[in-house]
Write a protein that binds this ligand. Structure first.
Ligand code: ADP
Ligand code: ZN
Length: 427
């Protein structure tokens, strides 16, 4: 769709959804009134910046359904966030909401190159979490043969993957690392023994280095998929082949989800090209519409058109949530910086844990790193040299001096869903 038409469509949908929300959701109406803004003030897309934000705490405060705009008879499904950062929130969806989301998930899969000849193994958890059902419906809609394994029971996953010829797997990148490990132990080589070609990874931050590591270890193409329960689920944004090879990023399905980037401190809108907090407005959701929802995910919208020809904008891959930021020895630190540093060291496995412990003086900042089996059996002096090398890699990227603890391969916890890599004992 030409950009002008897309902007006109977005404006029309925005006017509808803002008026609908104003009529039906008391909290939104009160906040608009406080700001002295009415739905009819939304004349151009820029006017959206005059409207109030919504936050996760609003959903929590209004738990379970205080922000629901549609009557129960129109609701067909509830989803709840996985509660990574606290009490879950609850999002009722109408039939139409599910259809829009299904369409967005199917588009993502099509963009990766999947079609009706593909067997899609959905190893995201099924249930309140949106990962499983979102990709399940999207896959069926596209005509894929969906294999709904859900997460866990990795040996069985591998058996079904081989027997049914899965060509794609959808799960968290951290769970796929575990799948790779279990496959290796069972002497399964993805290239030789399976038809697996695509990985559809999201639900947690993962670095470009991790993306390359996964490709190297498994031979599949790792694709990025972004989404959140509040806005629908996986398929709010997805990477095209150009985003994967050249400028790492994801196309936002802007005809359904209107993106803004704001300064996380001042909350002022930022122009394309500047990094800040991603704010999303749902354009076609009527169960629980979200107007200017602050995702707390940090990204940037690209001003340039992607080479694939799509007119919807590309955003940066999500490196972190603003609330993942740690302050260590007075320095701001994102776990993704540690991941980048560690994966630059070839002897290291992509499994690590960051542990922060208060002491009488300076907090203890420790990074536990798994070594490859062959490196772990080296002599003490070789291990010491390796420890220094890892320390230098982290110091170079973060400026910090962590305690590096080398641990045995397989000794850190693995996850079936979102992995917890930071243990902050200071809180
Ligand atoms: P919770 O907030 O409880 O984790 P969700 O399951 O809805 O709830 O997770 C959505 C969040 O997961 C996003 O806001 C984002 O922080 C993270 N996320 C989802 N997809 C990606 C991705 N592709 N890359 C990085 N982070 C992601
Ligand atoms: Zn593209």
């Amino acid at each position: 769709m030409p950009v002008d038409e897309l902007r006109a469509l977005q404006l029309k949908k925005l006017q509808t959804i803002v008026a609908y929300e104003y009529d039906r959701v008391a909290l939104f109406r009160t906040r608009c009134d406080e700001k002295g803004v009415k739905p009819r003030d939304l004349v151009t897309l820029k006017d959206l910046a005059r409207f109030p934000f919504m936050k996760k705490t609003d959903l929590r405060d209004q738990y379970p359904t205080g922000l629901t705009a549609a009557p129960l008879k129109e609701i067909v499904r509830f989803h709840c966030s996985s509660g990574t950062t606290g009490k879950p929130i609850c999002i009722p969806n109408t039939k139409g909401d599910i259809e829009v989301w299904t369409d967005a998930a199917a588009r993502s899969l099509a963009m990766y190159g999947l079609g009706d000849e593909d067997v899609l193994q959905v190893s995201y958890g099924y249930g309140l979490f949106t990962g499983g059902l979102g990709l399940h419906y999207g896959g069926e809609h596209l005509g894929c043969a969906v294999l709904p394994t859900s997460a866990g029971n990795t040996e069985k996953q591998l058996m079904l993957m081989r027997d049914l010829g899965s060509t794609a797997i959808a799960c968290t990148p951290s769970y796929f690392l575990h799948v790779i490990e279990v496959a290796k132990k069972a002497d399964i080589d993805f290239r030789r023994d399976t038809k697996l070609r695509h990985g559809i990874f999201g639900a947690e931050p993962w670095t470009d280095e991790m993306r390359r590591k996964i490709a190297e270890l498994s031979g599949i193409i790792p694709h990025d998929i972004y989404g959140l329960t509040e806005i629908s689920g996986p398929g709010v944004a997805a990477s095209c082949p150009y985003c994967e090879s050249e400028t790492p990023g994801l196309h936002v399905f802007e005809d359904h989800y209107y993106p803004e980037i704001v300064d996380p401190e001042t909350l002022d809108p930022l122009p394309d090209g500047e990094e800040g907090e991603l704010v999303l407005t749902t354009l076609d959701r009527f169960g629980t519409p979200m107007i200017r929802y602050r995702t707390r995910d940090l990204s940037r919208l690209h001003a340039e058109r992607c080479k694939c020809g799509r007119t919807i904008r590309v955003m940066d891959r999500i490196k972190a949530r603003s609330d993942d930021m740690l302050i260590v020895h007075g320095v701001n630190l994102f776990p993704s910086q540690i991941e980048t540093a560690l994966l630059s060291v070839p002897e290291v496995e992509p499994h690590y844990q960051i542990v922060l412990t208060p002491t009488e003086t300076l907090d203890l900042f420790e990074i536990k790193v798994e070594l490859k089996a062959e490196s772990f059996s080296d002599g003490i002096s070789a291990l010491e040299a390796l420890r220094k090398k890892i320390f230098a890699a982290v110091k170079q990227i973060t400026g910090l001096s962590p305690k590096i603890t080398l641990v045995e391969p397989g000794s850190l916890p693995r996850s079936e869903g979102k992995i917890k890599r930071v243990i902050d004992n200071r809180r």
